[in-house]
Design a protein. Sequence first.
Lengths: 117, 116
Amino acid sequence: AQKVTQAQTEISVVEKEDVTLDCVYETRDTTYYLFWYKQPPSGELVFLIRRNSFDEQNEISGRYSWNFQKSTSSFNFTITASQVVDSAVYFCALSEPWNSGNTPLVFGKGTRLSVIA
Amino acid sequence: GAGVSQSPSNKVTEKGKDVELRCDPISGHTALYWYRQSLGQGLEFLIYFQGNSAPDKSGLPSDRFSAERTGGSVSTLTIQRTQQEDSAVYLCASSLAQGLGTGELFFGEGSRLTVL
C-alpha cells in the first residue's frame, strides 16, 4: 500500500535561514513518482516538482532543491535563504503506475512552514 | 478560463440536506480527481475519472457520496443527507493522460463546505 509521511507538522524559521522539509514514502512498486506541492494561504495547490523512481539525481531550481534517496525512501525538500513568501503548507505525494495510465496521488498530511521576517 | 474552476466557492448547508459541487477542468485534460481536505488533515482522495468513467471510487467515504462526469469535461460531486463531518474543502484537479504514471495535477481553488 502507498503511504506518505511528513513527520514535521509545523516549522518556523527566520527569514534567510535554510529549511528542510522531510518526506518518507512507502510503496511496493519499483516504478513510482514523487511530487511536491505548495499550498499558499490563498488555498490553491501549486505543483513544484515531479520525480520518477529511476532518477535519483538531486535537483535544484533556484532556492529550491530536492534530495531523493531510494535507500531511505525519502524525498526531502530544502529551501535555501527562505523568504516570507515561502510561508505555506507543503505537501509531498506519491503515485504508482496503473493500467489506465493515470493514478491518483497519495498525499502526506503536509508541513506548515512559517517564515518570519 | 485557463485553470480548473470550481463552484460554489463556499457552501453552508443544514445537516440532512443534499449538496452538489461542480468542477470544470482545464480544456483537453482527460483525467479528473476529487480530493477532500479537512482542517489539520492532508488531502484525502475521493474519486478519479478517466474520460467519463471512474476506474477508482475507492476513496468515497460512504454511499452518500457520488460523482459523475459527462462529456469528458464537467464533473459533479454530490453529497446526500449531509453530516457535520462532511465539512471540509473539496478540491478538484485535472491532468493530461500521460501513459503510465501521473502527470502534473492542476488544482482548483476548492469548494468550502460547512454543514451546520
